[in-house]
Ligand binder design. Sequence first.
Ligand code: PGA
Length: 931
Amino acid sequence: MTELTVTANKSNSNNLLRRDIRFLGNILGEVLVHQGGNELLDIVEKIREASKSLRAVFLPELHEEFKQLVNTLEPEIRHQVIRAFAIYFQLVNIAEQNHRIRRKRDYERSAGEAVQQGSIEASVKDLKERGFTYEEVQDILQGMSLELVMTAHPTEAMRRAILDIHKRIADDVMMLDNPTLTFREREQLREKLLNEVITLWQTDELRDRKPTVLDEVRNGMYYFHETLFHVLPDVYQELERCLSKYYPEHYWHVPAYLRFGSWIGGDRDGNPSVTANVTWETLRMQRKLAVREYQRILTDLFKYLSFSTSIVNVTDELLSSIEQDSAQVILNKTPEWTNEKEPYRIKLTYMTEKLYNVLDSSKKGTPAQYSEPEEFIKDLKIIDRSLRHHYADYVADTHIRNLIRQVELFGFHTATLDIRQHSKEHENAMTEILAHMNIVENYSLLGEPDKVKLLEQLLNDPRPLTSPYQEYSENTTECLEVYRTVYKAQQEFGKKCISSYLISMAEATSDVLEVMVFAKEVGLFRQEADGSVTCTLQSVPLFETIDDLHAAPAILKELFSIPVYRESVAAMNDLQEIMLGYSDSNKDGGVVTANWELRVALKELTATAKEFGIKLKFFHGRGGALGRGGMPLNRSILVQPPQTIGGGIKITEQGEVISSRYSLRGIAYRSLEQATSALLTAAVAARLPEQNDLYEEKWEQIVAGISETSLHKYQDLIFRDPDFMKFFKESTPLLEVGELNIGSRPSKRKNSDKFEDLRAIPWVFAWTQSRYLLPAWYAAGTGLQQFYQNNEENLKIMQDMYVNFPFFRSLIDTLQFAIVKADLVIAKEYANMCDDPVIKERIFGQIEEEFNLTKSLILKITGVEEIFDHEPALQESIRQRNPYVDPLSYLQVQLLTELRSLRAQEQDDAVLLREVLLTINGIAAGLRNTG
Ligand code: PGA
């Protein structure tokens, strides 16, 4: 197929997307009539038309008319209207997701001729064309590592029940593409879809209580069960297929370079519900999930492994392993086989029983169970060899190899769980313990050098610090209990179940050492008598404010210079993990400075570690929303300086990102294949001689200047304007967002009104809902202007940077997204809720001015007349959505106004609050990150 036909097909398939949206829209129309009569459909249509005309030409009279229309709806009809628009977005999102899968399939049908951009095949082909040898490719694969870490961050507004309905609708819509459907089948499908949308209409999209942590754990595990267990091996298989295609003379078995981890049930920062017991229970649930999954697959294998010794010769190795099993394993839970001549089925029976015994602590350490996943793999390999012995290679390739891969990836623990806690909590516990032991009266009051000296001494001292006879406060007891649990868990579930302990708001060397001292206390870190060091838990600092990012290289240097700490890193293969927080740095310093400082820190930390012969694994803590570092997975890899990803890379996946990337297997596959392709591309870049050094240095200086000016501008408003917090609280739905029941953790770290204690998620969430999207662009204009100075020469430099400096390009592209999604006309409606007109005028005016400046400079740099002129499909998607989001925004303002005035009179507000929350859900679905 030529490029031309691919393009033709693309526009043809875009028609299909429009067809699906129209089709689902019509079904929704029928549901509206069914549930609310023609009257409902008419009013929804009227609002939609009015909103569209307003978007086409903004006329003040039209605007007033539109507001009037929306604001005079009767409460009952208003409720229905909100839901109609919100559900419409859910359907559009489904159609868009399906369309992504469809596009991939279009490419695959053209197999071999057109290779889809970002596919694994495209990257492997590129390796080959660049002349990489087999050995070099092997080296790349050995060094590649990506861990995606699911968190329970409260950003998924959608309930599981709703997501399940979406999944069913998505499957049905996909079926409509099947050309062999009969007329009757098509009708039945439509009927089914209509009823699914009715079910959606009749299902409450709001949770009536906060989820518990274990609910969140179950929710996270759903994705492993439904998607990841199946898709991850497919991605590996595809990589191996491509490698064999382009390097046919070699056998390929790709090492485990792509894995999933989790924070759910381990992240206790600001969430008192995540106790040591919960962490233990999480690990048990994760083990059960993996083991049950393998049992299910073994049961399935029964069907495929019916080979009889009357006909084939199996290996002696298989027969003797069965003999051994029969001597060691008693079948309690697994039914016996029926045919003595089918050895595979006999073997599978024993294996199933041994898996049952993995979950049975009374069998611990006996040969009746698999004490570790490797033993299970060993059995699978015995089967694999035997199958090949009698030429049943196909069965071995498709079933056994796949299962081996699954066990390699998911072990008996499904996902490695990280622990996270705030640095202050450790300091408090340490203070109490040291006071009890009379070591120091008040540890927290010591200066940093004294703390470091003391902690180093404690690490070198084999004596314990705590005693079972001592009573500690509840917090300190819990803090210690977590470490004990980690120790026990590593014994029970294997070392891979937990290996990193993250410290939020790490700002000093002592923060990292405190965790090591606790680890030592419970045996996770030991200096043996012979001088050797064992360390099975790494202390991982999370740097998240601009000041902390600045301080990070010096902290690392100090840490690595402490012999006992250096040894602990040596015990972890000379690898240190470092986490960087995108959201909090953004909240602290604004988008330009955060991005810039993160880059500087990445490079400096890498250089520092290199001096000590240590590799760093960077853990990027980013969210899905703009303003919290959100961007597509592959871009978040490609934007890193290539030399900083040598030790592997970890990235958080949270909330709405998890459901949008991993609910449908096709989408999950595409995201993971793009990530794989990005890893390969980055590995190639890291091997090329560094280019443009001189230019890059000059460009970096320019960005450093832009960042400095931007930081001042940002902090002048956020930290130094005394009226800013009032404006923020009154002109965004900050407080109401906190009432959404979307996560088990409180929305503030402490019960305080301080900006510092507000978490980054509600900060960004509130600005997104109110359409300002301020965290995603504010202060960028002033920063850029500082360099531009209305000088054409400077503009040319920035244009050149946009084309040739990937960091700058990515920054400007992110800003483009923010600017095109923000809407200051609507934001102004929110500003009107601020009860002090002077404050409102002043602060809104300042925001508006900065918005206009930012927009104009971005247009100049990218050289277009309207944002995204060069990406018409994206522009179109955003334009299509706006007329539907707008009514929800106006309704939200009206509802917030009513709700707040009722609350001011201390009146009951449950119904109104529900309505507000419905608009929040609807707007969240409507503004979904396009990519
Ligand atoms: P945190 O996450 O508040 O848990 O550190 C911030 C975010 O993801 O935005």
